[in-house]
Write a protein that binds this ligand. Sequence first.
Ligand code: 13P
Length: 343
Amino acid sequence: MTVDRARLEETAQAMVAQGRGILAADESNATMTKRLEAVGVESTPESRRLFRGLMLTAEGAADSISGVIMYDETIRQATAYGTPFPVFLAQEGILPGIKVDTGAKPLAGFPGETVTEGLDGLRDRLRDYRELGARFAKWRAVIRIDPGLPTRGAVEANTHALARYAALCQEAGIVPIVEPEVLMDGEHTIDRSEEVTAAVLRTVFDRLAEQRVLLEGIVLKPNMLLAGYDCPEQAGVEEVAERTLACFRRVVPAAVPGIAFLSGGQSDERAAAHLNAMNAIGGAPWELTFSYGRALVGAPLRAWAGDNSKVADAQAAFLHRARCNAAARRGEYAESMEYELVA
Ligand code: 13P
């Protein structure tokens, strides 16, 4: 099967279009259950549908959101009016996306490291998701920094899988989000984050080339360079932005249309400030945008907390975060925006 290059490029460019970014609402049921229970809500298909639905149908979301990554359950669910979520999103001008990995599992022989699974049967699943309306997909590889980690074996296993996934997506006419996440948890310094992130990204692009992946038809979803959260020395916003950009210039080919960062457990404000600082520097060869999970979903989840009389508040909280990050994507975010929330 030949790859429809023009369609892939067009979709990838729309995903990283100016002024908008991607909502990662693709938590697995296990992760979503943890998040819901943390705010006192029982996790059921219906509570998950209600919460995801309130974000997806928030009026004006399309002004700041270019695409939504869904989980298998969500892409098969519908709005209160019975419109399937992917159909609704497409009508709003938002690209429907789907997480297709089946999770990070312990890597045999490598204590403390994981390999992300999900390649078996992926060609057929991609065809089904495409019929449901998916235009792009996501696969998250997880790399942990610790003394002696990551190992070469874990980096090889994960990047090979990412490249196989990306090639299968492009064959199906679906743009792959390639996500090699170097975790921000731990005691490591920002220097170590840079060393590991650069090495992982170099390997990712080698593997993508080997598997004949069209770089113009992917979106890269990496971590920013940060010291581990338990490191006593934390870098300031400018340093994070400058070092992340300098590192990426060395290892991310200019053919990649856009970089959509994950938030990785940063505070909502930091996630926006870092993205903003990178866009304010400017001159990068790729679009710099967001594909945030926690930094977009946390605030509306706390506002809603299962109380359906709070749907409007939760939607306002979601739109506020989406607007702050969309402003950051243009280099126009300021901390004062945080006080402008009108419920
Ligand atoms: P966070 O922004 O919470 O890191 O989630 C993004 C994501 O999709 C991780 O795979």
